[in-house]
Write a protein of this length. Structure first.
Length: 407
């Protein structure tokens, strides 16, 4: 039987147990007295803690999951489904369903991270990946978990963990990375600009001095002098180059460098006019196999600088034992427009200098006009246009520079 006793301090319940009759005829009743007030206080305390825990999960955009590997079933909390923007757990009746919504680019690392933990290589599982929501958009998830039960062979039996929506933080992080990359590119472009100014203006100034020396040597009237005509050409090109470079400074304030469809032969002819001042020495022959209609998408100032560097290098490093030949070609390779310039000059030992060839201030021949900056500028300009440059060279035979454009 049960006796209820009330008083002002507590509410007690006396739970009866089997009784026993002693020799004197008295019956002894064995019972247990429980303090219901204390039990209810404990229940209330646990309820408050549970509510606090639930609030913390919801406030942190965190869902809980519990994976029974043996049964191949998984429990997801309501917050996990809230992250996925769905209302029912019925469609997620096994762990493979979550795998199906992981972004394809993140899937391999996702599996690798889980397997490393399953094999006891890591103390817990942690992975960042994107999941496809019911709205068709991807969200970034921080997925954490730990094996809490294994069999005697160490094989996982049960795993528990959390899903946390970190989309906002991840998007800010990606935006920050994008901004840092943008500033890095701008700094590189500004540095490249300073090199163009130093190198190109130095080349033009050298040509002006050379032509003036020719005028003195020929002792002719300037208005009738062939050298004077060259001087006018070089002077005009110098002014145009300065104007182009000034425009680049303005362009640096924009995200993208101006790119236009340019006729390759037009710019090559312009560059050849600049370097034609060297022809009075009969240094060589120009072979131009570029089709008249060959067009590329490039920055005008960069294209002129690239062609000028290639041409002046070929002339600088000509082999004094034979007449210089420079050959230009243009063709389509692997779907990409490709330009080559080949010379029969001194050549470069690529086994010795290949890794340094496009480095800043790297020179490979003893020449008074070598500054080791031309190829560095050229490579940066081409890559800034999403192109690529490579070289094949042999000492005593010559070199071929190949430019692959991004169109």
């Amino acid at each position: 039987m049960v006796f209820d006793i009330y008083n002002k301090d507590s509410y007690r319940a006396i739970n009866s147990f089997p009784s026993k009759i002693h020799g004197d005829g008295n019956r002894m009743l064995y019972s247990k007295v429980s303090n219901i007030k204390e039990l209810r206080a404990q229940e209330l305390k646990f309820k408050v803690l549970e509510e606090r825990f639930q609030f913390a999960l919801e406030a942190s955009n965190t869902g809980v999951w519990d994976w029974d590997i043996k049964k191949n079933t998984v429990y997801y909390s309501s917050q996990s489904f809230k992250i996925l923007e769905i209302n029912s757990a019925d469609i997620f009746d096994n762990p493979e369903r979550w795998d199906e919504i992981v972004h394809p680019d993140d899937l391999q690392e996702y599996y690798d991270t889980i397997n490393e933990h399953f094999e006891n290589k890591t103390p817990f599982y942690e992975n960042f990946h994107r999941v496809l929501t019911s709205s068709g958009k991807y969200k970034w998830i921080l997925d954490r978990g730990e094996v809490i039960e294994r069999d005697r062979n160490g094989k996982p039996l049960r795993v528990i963990g959390t899903h946390t929506d970190i989309t906002t933080q991840k998007e800010k992080e990606l935006e920050l990375v994008k901004t840092m990359k943008l500033y890095s590119e701008k700094n590189s472009q500004l540095l490249n600009f300073s090199h163009i100014v130093a190198h190109n203006l130095n080349s033009h100034a050298g040509n002006l001095k050379l032509l003036l020396d020719m005028i003195d040597a020929e002792n002719k009237g300037m208005e009738n002098s062939e050298a004077f005509n060259y001087l006018r050409t070089v002077s005009n090109d110098l002014n145009n180059t300065i104007a182009d470079l000034s425009q680049i400074v303005t362009i640096q304030n924009n995200v993208n460098i101006t790119v236009k469809p340019l006729k390759l032969n037009t710019y090559l002819k312009k560059v050849l006019d600049i370097v034609s001042a060297y022809n009075y020495r009969n240094l060589g022959t120009i072979i131009n196999n570029i089709p008249e209609d060959a067009t590329i998408n490039f920055n005008p100032a960069y294209l002129e600088s690239v062609l000028l560097n290639f041409c002046t290098n070929a002339i600088k490093y000509a082999d004094s034992e034979r007449a210089l030949i420079i050959e230009f070609n243009f063709f389509i390779k692997n779907g990409k427009k490709t330009f080559t310039i080949t010379d029969n000059g001194l050549g470069i030992d690529l086994k010795k200098h290949g890794d340094l060839l496009f480095g800043m201030y790297k020179t490979f021949h003893k020449h008074k006009d070598s500054h080791g900056i031309g190829l560095y500028i050229t490579k940066n300009q081409i890559e800034s246009m999403n192109g690529a440059v490579s070289v094949a060279s042999e000492v005593g035979v010559g070199s071929t520079f190949t430019v692959t454009f991004n169109d």
